[in-house]
Design a protein. Sequence first.
Length: 179
Amino acid sequence: MYFDAIRGSLSLLDVGAGDLRIMRKFQAAGFRGEYHTQDIGAEGAYTYRDLEEVPRRYGAILCLDVIEHLPLREGLTMVRKMISLLTPGGVVIVQTPNAAYLPDPRSWDMTHLHGYNAGDLWAYLACEGLDVQLYRVALRDEHPAPLVSARLAITDYVKKKILGCDYANNIAAIGKLRA
Protein backbone atom coordinates (compact mmCIF):
# COMPACT_ATOMS: atom_id res chain seq x y z
CA MET A 1 0.00 0.00 0.00
CA TYR A 2 2.78 2.43 0.95
CA PHE A 3 4.85 1.48 -2.07
CA ASP A 4 1.88 1.95 -4.38
CA ALA A 5 1.38 5.47 -2.96
CA ILE A 6 4.97 6.54 -3.72
CA ARG A 7 5.75 4.39 -6.76
CA GLY A 8 5.57 7.23 -9.30
CA SER A 9 7.45 9.79 -7.19
CA LEU A 10 10.75 11.03 -8.52
CA SER A 11 12.03 11.73 -5.01
CA LEU A 12 11.32 10.49 -1.51
CA LEU A 13 12.39 11.67 1.94
CA ASP A 14 12.28 8.99 4.67
CA VAL A 15 11.85 10.84 7.99
CA GLY A 16 13.01 8.73 10.90
CA ALA A 17 14.87 6.37 8.58
CA GLY A 18 16.41 4.35 11.44
CA ASP A 19 18.30 1.29 10.23
CA LEU A 20 17.46 2.05 6.55
CA ARG A 21 15.43 -1.18 6.30
CA ILE A 22 12.49 0.57 4.60
CA MET A 23 14.82 2.15 2.04
CA ARG A 24 16.21 -1.28 1.14
CA LYS A 25 12.69 -2.74 0.90
CA PHE A 26 11.45 0.04 -1.37
CA GLN A 27 14.51 -0.17 -3.60
CA ALA A 28 14.19 -3.98 -3.79
CA ALA A 29 10.51 -3.52 -4.73
CA GLY A 30 11.54 -1.30 -7.64
CA PHE A 31 11.56 2.29 -6.39
CA ARG A 32 13.98 4.07 -8.72
CA GLY A 33 13.51 7.64 -7.59
CA GLU A 34 15.92 9.68 -5.52
CA TYR A 35 15.79 8.34 -1.92
CA HIS A 36 16.95 10.67 0.87
CA THR A 37 16.90 10.01 4.59
CA GLN A 38 16.56 12.04 7.78
CA ASP A 39 17.14 10.79 11.30
CA ILE A 40 18.62 12.11 14.54
CA GLY A 41 20.08 8.71 15.46
CA ALA A 42 23.46 7.19 14.72
CA GLU A 43 22.30 3.93 13.09
CA GLY A 44 23.09 4.98 9.53
CA ALA A 45 24.57 7.57 7.23
CA TYR A 46 21.61 9.87 6.67
CA THR A 47 21.17 12.63 4.11
CA TYR A 48 19.92 15.00 6.83
CA ARG A 49 20.08 15.07 10.63
CA ASP A 50 17.28 17.63 11.04
CA LEU A 51 14.23 18.53 8.94
CA GLU A 52 15.30 22.17 9.12
CA GLU A 53 18.38 21.24 7.02
CA VAL A 54 16.26 20.07 4.08
CA PRO A 55 16.70 22.64 1.28
CA ARG A 56 14.28 21.23 -1.29
CA ARG A 57 10.89 19.64 -1.89
CA TYR A 58 10.05 15.97 -2.43
CA GLY A 59 7.40 14.07 -4.37
CA ALA A 60 6.86 11.78 -1.38
CA ILE A 61 7.66 11.81 2.33
CA LEU A 62 7.53 8.73 4.51
CA CYS A 63 7.28 8.98 8.31
CA LEU A 64 6.79 5.62 9.99
CA ASP A 65 6.49 5.34 13.76
CA VAL A 66 8.11 8.68 14.62
CA ILE A 67 5.56 11.30 15.73
CA GLU A 68 4.43 9.33 18.77
CA HIS A 69 7.89 9.88 20.28
CA LEU A 70 7.27 13.64 20.41
CA PRO A 71 4.93 15.77 22.53
CA LEU A 72 1.75 16.70 20.63
CA ARG A 73 2.84 20.21 19.62
CA GLU A 74 6.22 19.00 18.34
CA GLY A 75 4.66 16.04 16.51
CA LEU A 76 2.14 18.23 14.68
CA THR A 77 4.85 20.82 13.94
CA MET A 78 6.90 18.02 12.38
CA VAL A 79 3.94 16.93 10.25
CA ARG A 80 3.36 20.52 9.11
CA LYS A 81 7.07 20.84 8.20
CA MET A 82 6.93 17.61 6.19
CA ILE A 83 3.88 18.87 4.29
CA SER A 84 5.74 22.10 3.49
CA LEU A 85 8.49 19.98 1.89
CA LEU A 86 6.10 18.32 -0.59
CA THR A 87 5.93 19.23 -4.25
CA PRO A 88 2.41 20.07 -5.53
CA GLY A 89 0.51 16.78 -5.74
CA GLY A 90 3.10 15.13 -3.46
CA VAL A 91 2.27 12.37 -1.01
CA VAL A 92 3.03 12.08 2.71
CA ILE A 93 2.64 8.77 4.54
CA VAL A 94 2.39 8.89 8.34
CA GLN A 95 2.12 5.71 10.40
CA THR A 96 1.76 5.82 14.17
CA PRO A 97 0.40 3.57 16.91
CA ASN A 98 -3.37 3.67 17.23
CA ALA A 99 -4.44 5.40 20.45
CA ALA A 100 -7.71 3.40 20.38
CA TYR A 101 -5.79 0.11 20.51
CA LEU A 102 -5.51 -1.75 23.80
CA PRO A 103 -1.99 -3.23 23.81
CA ASP A 104 -0.69 -6.16 25.78
CA PRO A 105 0.93 -4.62 28.88
CA ARG A 106 4.12 -6.57 28.12
CA SER A 107 4.53 -4.69 24.84
CA TRP A 108 4.14 -1.18 26.22
CA ASP A 109 6.65 1.32 24.80
CA MET A 110 7.52 3.94 27.39
CA THR A 111 9.20 6.16 24.75
CA HIS A 112 5.79 7.07 23.29
CA LEU A 113 4.84 10.55 24.46
CA HIS A 114 1.59 11.09 22.55
CA GLY A 115 -0.98 8.79 20.99
CA TYR A 116 -3.05 9.66 17.93
CA ASN A 117 -6.49 8.39 17.10
CA ALA A 118 -7.63 7.91 13.53
CA GLY A 119 -10.19 10.72 13.40
CA ASP A 120 -7.88 13.37 14.83
CA LEU A 121 -4.96 12.43 12.56
CA TRP A 122 -7.23 12.47 9.51
CA ALA A 123 -8.71 15.85 10.49
CA TYR A 124 -5.33 17.46 11.10
CA LEU A 125 -3.95 16.35 7.74
CA ALA A 126 -7.14 17.36 5.91
CA CYS A 127 -7.00 20.82 7.53
CA GLU A 128 -3.42 21.14 6.29
CA GLY A 129 -4.62 20.83 2.68
CA LEU A 130 -4.26 17.10 2.03
CA ASP A 131 -6.68 14.62 0.51
CA VAL A 132 -6.35 11.85 3.10
CA GLN A 133 -6.95 8.13 3.06
CA LEU A 134 -6.75 6.55 6.52
CA TYR A 135 -6.00 2.91 7.22
CA ARG A 136 -6.09 0.76 10.32
CA VAL A 137 -3.00 -1.44 10.43
CA ALA A 138 -3.08 -4.72 12.35
CA LEU A 139 0.45 -6.06 12.75
CA ARG A 140 0.05 -9.81 12.80
CA ASP A 141 0.76 -12.92 10.78
CA GLU A 142 -1.02 -12.88 7.44
CA HIS A 143 -2.03 -16.55 7.77
CA PRO A 144 -2.11 -17.49 11.46
CA ALA A 145 -2.54 -21.08 12.61
CA PRO A 146 -6.17 -22.06 13.38
CA LEU A 147 -5.74 -21.82 17.15
CA VAL A 148 -4.05 -18.42 16.88
CA SER A 149 -6.76 -17.27 14.47
CA ALA A 150 -9.49 -18.27 16.95
CA ARG A 151 -7.70 -16.47 19.81
CA LEU A 152 -7.34 -13.33 17.68
CA ALA A 153 -11.02 -13.41 16.71
CA ILE A 154 -12.07 -13.63 20.37
CA THR A 155 -9.61 -10.93 21.45
CA ASP A 156 -10.71 -8.65 18.59
CA TYR A 157 -14.36 -9.13 19.52
CA VAL A 158 -13.77 -8.34 23.19
CA LYS A 159 -11.63 -5.27 22.41
CA LYS A 160 -14.04 -3.84 19.86
CA LYS A 161 -17.53 -4.87 20.97
CA ILE A 162 -17.16 -5.06 24.74
CA LEU A 163 -14.40 -2.59 25.60
CA GLY A 164 -14.96 -0.16 22.71
CA CYS A 165 -11.31 -0.30 21.66
CA ASP A 166 -9.74 -1.09 18.31
CA TYR A 167 -7.94 -4.28 17.29
CA ALA A 168 -5.59 -2.45 14.87
CA ASN A 169 -2.20 -1.70 16.45
CA ASN A 170 -1.43 1.22 14.16
CA ILE A 171 -3.04 3.78 11.94
CA ALA A 172 -1.65 5.01 8.66
CA ALA A 173 -2.55 8.15 6.78
CA ILE A 174 -1.69 8.64 3.14
CA GLY A 175 -2.20 12.28 2.26
CA LYS A 176 -1.88 13.86 -1.15
CA LEU A 177 -1.19 17.57 -1.32
CA ARG A 178 -3.82 19.31 -3.38
CA ALA A 179 -2.21 20.89 -6.41
